[in-house]
Design a protein around this ligand. Structure first.
Ligand code: HEC
Length: 291
């Protein structure tokens, strides 16, 4: 066994068998076992070093025994070894794969026509090419059966399945993270519970500048149809979370209010539309019309 296969094949094969077995036996989730458990990586490395060391030691032993042989025995041994290693000789393998024949045999290959001195050789197809060709025929048959006869999943179907799975995953995620609203996805809340929560947030944070009934003071009237920074839930949400124009006094509330709270208070602000505040501040900005 040791003499049948050269070390440069034997060591990687042993190593891969051990690494594969570890991968199979150790439960490491989606990751490789040696990534999940760095200790295993060390074990593998030590194992590799041991394999290499074992090769060196065996080689040394063999060398000692070889030296003890008689000259004829040495020669016989060498010849046998050379014969065994022939099938691993890369040059020989290459020559076989290319199917080339030595120049000395070219005479037998020449075809018997001659175009103004240009002669043609009747070389065989290189085996690597020929067998790749056969393999491609077998592959094509499998491919055709899979995709065209048994209606296998093509890229479009694969894409759609993946997109569907991703969509479900996003929905699942959003369910567990309701604070995901932003100015793009925000919708007007109309349920009494939400409006009441919005009102409470308003009383705590906004009343000082916009008055308890939204009539305005330092800040503009929020009950009229006029908006400086745009009306509608998206604009109002954006104004509250990002703040007004610099220096006007309306800060960005996103640092102190959660997105859902901004959504609630924005919905409350919009519920003030059409009410008549006690001391309405004069209208500022444009009348807002939803496109
Ligand atoms: C320190 C005073 C102050 C506080 C507190 C304040 N605002 Fe304002 N707000 C303003 C000012 C000033 C403006 C005008 C900003 C501008 O002109 O850019 C404004 C603008 C707005 C606008 C846009 C109005 C328009 O016409 O476009 C909305 C909506 C608004 N505030 C809501 C709120 C909400 C909700 C709160 C509480 C979370 C709040 N504000 C707290 C001062 C304040």
């Amino acid at each position: 066994m040791r003499h049948a296969i050269p070390a440069w094949i034997r060591i990687p094969v042993f190593f891969l068998i051990i690494a594969g077995a570890l991968e199979f036996l150790v439960d490491s989730g989606d990751n490789y076992a040696f990534v999940e458990h760095p200790l295993l990586a060390v074990v593998l490395l030590v194992f590799l070093l041991l394999l290499i060391a074992a090769e060196f030691i065996l080689d040394a032993f063999e060398n000692i025994m070889f030296q003890a042989l008689s000259p004829e025995a040495k020669e016989k041994y060498m010849a046998a070894q050379q014969e065994r290693m022939k099938k691993y000789d890369l040059k020989e393998l290459y020559r076989k794969a290319m199917g080339t024949r030595p120049i000395s045999e070219e005479r037998d290959l020449v075809l018997d026509h001659n175009y103004d001195g240009i002669k043609e050789l009747d070389n065989k197809l290189p085996p690597w090419w020929l067998y790749s060709f056969y393999a491609s025929i077998i592959f094509a048959a499998g491919y055709m059966a899979y995709y065209h006869i048994f209606d296998g999943e093509n890229q479009v179907a694969e894409y759609e399945t993946e997109m569907l799975a991703a969509k479900l995953a996003v929905e699942e995620y959003k369910k567990n993270a309701p604070d995901l609203v932003d100015a793009e996805s925000v919708v007007l809340l109309t349920e009494t519970g939400d409006i009441e929560k919005g009102a409470a947030i308003y009383q705590t944070n906004c009343m000082a500048c916009h008055a308890a009934d939204g009539g305005g003071g330092i800040g503009p009237n929020l009950a009229d149809e006029h908006w400086i920074l745009g009306g509608g839930i998206k604009n109002v949400f954006h104004t509250i979370s990002e703040g007004g124009r610099a220096g006007k006094g309306m800060i960005a509330w996103k640092s102190s209010l959660k997105p859902t709270e901004i959504q609630q208070v924005a919905s409350y602000v919009l519920s003030l539309q059409g009410t008549t505040p006690a001391n309405p501040k004069e209208a500022e900005g444009e009348v807002w019309a939803e496109e």
